[in-house]
Structures are given as C-alpha cells and as structure tokens.
Design a protein around this ligand. Structure first.
Ligand code: AMP
Length: 462
C-alpha cells in the first residue's frame, strides 16, 4: 500500500492498516507501516505475524503523517525474520528512504555483492534492501529522483511493484513487464496505491486505473504525475498467471479482468476437457477453488456441494516449513462432511498442485469418509519449474509434476481421474494473449534471465 494526502494534518495510517487487512492473503509472516509527518519526520513500526498481531490501536495512532506506505510479507528471497520485514527503512544525507516491495529481483545477489564492495552494510537478506541502497547510492550523485529511478531500472531485473517514500514524497512503480499487479485509487483528496483492488474497496476508495508497465506515479501537491521508464516497451509483458489461478482474492480486478470470472471460466474449461457427466456432486477445495467449482457445476449441471469444511482460523498451509507440519496443517485446515460424501461420485476441484501434499491427503480423507470415486480437476497446468518472481513454488525436486507423469501422479494421489487444465485453455480463461503472460512455472520459459548466483535449490528454502 502507499497513500498520499495533500492535507498535512490528515493521518493516513489507519487507511493503510485497513487496506493491508484486505491484502492479508498476500503475506502472513510480517506486517509494517511507515509514515512521514512534517513535524516528527519518519514514523515506523513493523513486527512478525498477522497485521492484527502486529498493530494495536496505539501503534496506529502513533504513526502520524499525511503520506505513508505499508506491507504484508510472504517470503521468497530472505528468511522469515524481523530484520527482513518491510517497509525497509534507511537514512541518507537528506532524510529517510523507505520501501515496500512486492516481487523478486532475480539479479539481487550480484547487485548486493557490488553494494557491499561499495561499503554498504546489509541488515537483512532481502532484495528490498538492495533496492533501497541502489536508490541511496544513485541519489548521492543526483537529486532528481525520477532520474535516479530511471538509472536503477536499467540495473534491476525481475518483478517489482513498489511504493517508495523518500521523506514526504511517495513514488509508486510497476515493473516494465507488469509481472505483479498494482492499482491506483482515490478517496476525496487522498491517493492510494495497492496491490489489489480489494484494498481500495475496503476503504471506500474509487478505482482509477492499473499502473502501466514501467510506470512511475508521483505527486506534486494536488497534481498526480506519471513517468514511463525508458526501458518500458523493450520487453514483452509478463503478467503473472498465478495471480488469477490462486494468489489474488477472487473479488479483485487485475488489469481489467475480474479474478472470480477467470476462475469460473477455468471451471467451465475443465468441464469441457474432462466431463464426468455421471458424477453426483462437484466440490471445491475451499476457499481458492470455489469459483472454479461453481464454473464446473454450472457448465455440467452437476450439483455443487461442500464436502470439506474449512477451519477459518488456519492460514495458507504452504508456508509451513517441514513436510510433516504441512501434512498436519492440511488436516487442521479442512474437515470432511460425511453426509455429503458417503457413496458419492465426486468431482473435486483444486486450483493447483505444487508438491501434491494437499491433494493426496484430501483424497485419503474423502475416501475414508465414504466417497466412492474422486475425479480430481486442477485449474492450473502441471507446475514443473520454480517461480523466480515472488511466488514460493518450491524447488524443482519437490514439484510433483516435474518428476512424475500425470498418470503416475493420479496413481500416487489415488484419484479415479486427474485432469489438469491445458495451457491454451488457461490462457483463454484469463483473456490475455500468451505473449502478455508469464507462464514460467508451467513452461519453464521465463521472461527474464533467472537468478545468477543462486541455484534453484538454494533460492527457495521451503
Ligand atoms: P501442494 O499441497 O504442495 O500440492 O500445494 C497445493 C495447494 O496449496 C493448493 O491447494 C493451493 O491452493 C495451495 N497453493 C498453491 N501454490 C501456493 C503458494 N505459492 N503459496 C501458498 N499456497 C499455495
């Protein structure tokens, strides 16, 4: 999140807090807010855990300032620890720079080495700190921030949606390939940047537009200014398909496409590809697969049912560090409802299979509860390669589809049918051209070079 108000006495921290609340699904490891006030300067607080664990009333009240940024973290580069929480803050000759970053800089290891040689001391192991010092180093030579951002944009490769606070100036940036989402909204005389439109909805702000690929939005008093990076247009776009498949909230609209509608179409396509017309029910793995299950059910006429009841107080299980914990977490997360399952022939819809842990446990649980047959349909083509742009997809060794054929996976999971959506149908359901999407995790063809010093195995710790 990033918020700018022209009224110097208006505090933006509570709007940032509520916006982050709507974005909590994007990261549950740490949360932080930085604001700038004309009298007290930079105010900053962050901590480990969910937003509500980190911020209490007083902490929000103390974060005075008419401009600010906020972040909820889910780690890809860098461990889950307090030093790595964001916004990352550093001082420089004229004040403070703070950064909230969504994405991953694939050449950050090399840039970090160069900065260390130049005398920068790192407090964290995140690529966001790298970005901060790149800005700081360039700013020492040049006062014009747009020129500074132009210069560093030529050095950094990867995905980045950024909100940057340089004292009381807010800069909002989207990478030239538009890998990560970023929108601009408005509420009275307050401008808001957020990763997803749901953050605008919750604070009753009006959506203005998605940021253009390679765009910097900044403010001059009341005036909203826009600058397109020179490198924009040099590369094909690479919007992340996984935002539509799993990551974003269904009620968000990314680059003009409603995530819920895309997921419903995924369900319809799955029915066209794999019609199980004599099934008794269509069931989602809650919550992320509900729209796709509705799509399959409506297209087929097979009744929709809930046979797995989700414990709302359990977060995304993928984050658990060990396999044993992940298995237990699946059971904690969903409980079977025997009355909907007994003797039924079930079409079970999930958004994706990564390691296969979730599907295997769920099929065991459904069958133990009396399900006669389970036909598993997956809304994402086989994930065969890691993501280097900010989605923790595990290493190639752990990705079930990188190591086994679809038939082998079906047997391992114990499903009667296993149907993955095809790449073509997924592209159709999203509604962009293939050339505008990043499909790296399902095609192994990446829109950029991949990390230069880290091996895929060391890149993600999970
Ligand atoms: P797995 O059990 O490893 O096959 O993980 C697949 C399940 O985790 C699916 O049900 C997804 O809803 C969810 N999932 C997929 N990718 C991610 C991710 N990058 N982070 C968190 N959860 C994910």
């Amino acid at each position: 999140m990033g918020i700018h108000s022209t009224n110097k006495d208006f505090d933006v921290s509570s709007l940032i807090y509520y916006g982050l609340y709507a974005l909590q699904h994007r990261g549950q490891e740490s949360a932080g807010i930085a604001t700038f006030n004309h009298d007290s300067g930079l105010n900053y607080y962050c901590g480990m855990g969910l937003l509500t664990d980190v911020f209490k009333d007083d902490q929000i009240k103390n974060l005075v300032g008419n401009v600010g940024i906020g972040h909820v973290r889910y780690s890809t580069t860098g461990k889950s620890k307090l030093e790595n929480s964001q916004p990352f803050v550093t001082d420089f000759d004229d004040g403070f720079i703070s950064i909230a970053h969504n994405g991953d800089i694939v050449n950050s290891a090399r840039l970090r080495k160069e900065l260390i040689q130049d005398g920068y001391e790192f407090q964290s192991d995140t690529d966001s700190e790298v970005l901060c010092y790149l800005i700081k180093r360039e700013h020492e030579k040049n006062d014009n921030i747009i020129e500074v951002l132009e210069t560093i944009s030529k050095d950094i490769v990867g995905s980045y949606s950024l909100t940057i606070l340089i004292n009381n100036d807010l800069y909002i940036i989207r990478d030239p390939r538009a890998i990560k989402p970023l929108v601009l909204g408005k509420k009275d005389n307050v401008y808001i940047a957020a990763s997803e439109t749901v953050a605008l909805d919750v604070i009753n702000a009006e959506y203005i537009r998605d940021l253009e690929p390679g765009e910097i939005v900044y403010f001059d008093g009341d005036e909203v200014k826009s600058h397109i990076l020179e490198i924009a247009g040099r590369f094909p776009l690479a919007r992340c398909m996984f935002e539509y498949v799993y990551f974003a909230r269904p009620d968000s609209i990314i680059d003009g496409k409603t995530v819920y509608e895309v997921r419903k179409k995924i369900g319809e396509k799955l029915y066209e590809e794999y019609p199980i017309d004599d099934a008794d029910v269509v069931m989602p793995v809650p919550d992320s697969s509900i729209p796709a299950a509705i799509g399959y059910s409506r297209a087929s006429g097979i009744p929709y049912a809930e046979g797995l009841i989700k414990n709302r107080y359990v977060g995304r299980t993928f984050i658990m560090p060990t396999q044993e914990e992940r298995e237990m977490a699946v059971k904690l997360k969903v409980n079977p409802l025997a009355s909907e399952l007994k003797d039924k022939k079930i079409v079970l819809i999930d958004d994706s299979i990564v390691r296969g842990t979730t599907s295997e446990s769920l099929i065991d649980v459904l069958k133990a509860s009396g399900a006669k047959e389970v036909h598993l349909m997956i809304g994402c083509p086989p994930v065969i390669s890691p993501c280097y742009y900010g989605v923790a997809m595990a290493t190639k060794k752990e990705l079930i589809a990188a190591n086994f054929s679809v038939e082998e996976i079906r047997q391992k999971l114990g499903a009667e049918t296993l149907g993955y959506i095809t790449i073509e149908d997924l592209i159709d359901a999203i509604g962009f051209d293939r050339e505008e999407l990043c499909l790296g995790c399902i095609t192994e063809e990446y829109p950029t070079c991949i990390p230069d010093t880290a091996t895929p195995e060391s890149y993600y710790k999970f």
